[in-house]
Design a protein around this ligand. Structure first.
Ligand code: NAD
Ligand code: IPM
Ligand code: MN
Length: 350
């Protein structure tokens, strides 16, 4: 069955890395790609971030592939809020799955660490936390200004992401799940994480459940990442630790992600997932053919895997690994190739 994929290249390096991802998808075949122009350019030109029926349009696809959104000409990030954060919430893509896997020992920035030390999954809650946009500014621009931004944690929201992390561990034969919060300082909101984690833990006696405060997690990710198999945390902390995860893989350009509602798999429900590299639009790199396309390409592989095309996903991952191990990559990860040529190196291995 041909998959219908919405493609949102977005801003900055987004279009350059997505072009390589769509070349790879076209090569493996079985996809029908529908580009959507939503970006800073589009917003500045039309005044529209996405059309009124934009989320319904997205719902009509099997999946969404996104580059990145963010542009200095849109300082309030309005279009990214609507297109990126809006889609996560409107399509209820409550799981942000961010695998952290080192593809070659030479890429790890940590001394004496190998592929065996960097191989874990982060589950970032993706629909609440500080991202709900509850708050406001009082007397803005004056010496009396007050700025409030609330963090929202709901039982439903915390419960479903924590359960998902345990289910993932069980399904993949993993033995350890670590939940990270800041319940020593955020004694209201994160007490809910503590409660849910304690409850869910009881149901998975064969999985070792550990808790770390987020500051300690950040430290251990650098000091001893090998201890982690599955990490689950809130929206903001998940955002931050997965940039650290990107660095552990050799750089942000290597990191892939999927925004998923667990009914995303075909046959289980109509909700498309949105797949995107972890990195942003990196304005200083845009238009120079230097951006690493691997995060985008691995996100496309993750998309295929989620849609039941695991064999094609493996093929892409093997081609990426081959290119990485041969050093046929962009400069950020020690190679000498441009974005397009790094895409060629992967395509020729497919
Ligand atoms: P960024 O991820 O865009 O870039 C940070 C740095 O990481 C870059 O300067 C570069 O050194 C490196 N980098 C990132 N991607 C790379 C790649 N593919 N190849 C090589 N090097 C790469 O983060 P930022 O500079 O903080 O944000 C820039 C804009 O992107 C902002 O507007 C931000 O809001 C937005 N953003 C969007 C997304 C998204 O759409 N999902 C994610 C993160 C940031
Ligand atoms: C990400 C990004 C976004 C986020 C920004 C662009 C709002 O950093 O997807 O990791 O914070 O979720
Ligand atoms: Mn981020």
């Amino acid at each position: 069955m041909t998959l219908r994929i919405a493609v949102i290249p977005g801003d900055g390096i987004g279009p350059e890395v997505i072009e390589q991802a769509t070349r790879v998808l076209t090569r493996v075949g079985g996809v029908d790609l529908h580009p959507l122009p939503w970006s800073a350019d589009h917003y500045l030109k039309t005044g529209e971030t996405l059309p009124p029926d934009g989320y319904d349009l997205l719902r009509s696809f099997d999946a969404i592939l996104l580059g990145a959104l963010g542009d200095p000409r849109v300082p309030d990030n309005r279009h990214a809020r609507d297109v990126l954060l809006g889609t996560r919430v409107e399509l209820d893509l409550y799981v942000n799955y961010r695998p952290v896997r080192l593809l070659d020992d030479r890429l790890c920035p940590l001394k004496h660490r190998t592929r065996a030390d960097v191989d874990f999954a982060v589950f970032r809650e993706n629909t609440e936390g500080v991202y709900v946009g509850v708050g406001g500014r009082f007397k803005p621009g004056t010496p009396d200004e007050i700025a409030v931004q609330e963090e929202v944690n709901t039982f439903k929201g915390v419960n479903r992401i924590v359960r998902h992390a345990f289910e993932f561990a069980r399904a993949h034969g993993l033995r350890r799940v670590c939940m990270a919060d800041k319940s020593n300082a955020m004694t209201h909101g994160h007490a809910l994480w503590q409660r849910v984690f304690a409850e869910v833990t009881q149901e998975y006696p064969r999985i070792e459940a550990t808790h770390l405060y987020i500051d300690a997690l950040a430290m251990f990710l650098v000091q001893n990442p090998g201890q982690f198999q599955v990490i689950v945390t809130n929206n903001l902390f998940g955002d931050i630790v997965t940039d650290v995860g990107g660095a552990l893989q050799g750089g942000l350009g290597m990191a892939a992600s999927g925004n998923i509602h667990p009914s995303t798999s075909l046959g289980a429900g109509p909700r498309p997932g949105m797949f995107e590299p972890v990195h942003g639009s990196a304005p200083p790199l845009a238009g120079k053919n230097v951006a690493n396309p691997i995060g985008a390409i691995l996100s496309a592989a993750l998309m295929l895997e989620t849609l039941g095309r695991g064999d094609d996903a493996r093929r892409i991952e093997r081609a990426v690994e081959g290119a990485v191990q041969a050093g046929e990559v962009t400069r950020d990860v020690g190679g000498a190739l441009g974005t397009r040529e790094a895409g060629d190196a992967i395509l020729k291995r497919l």
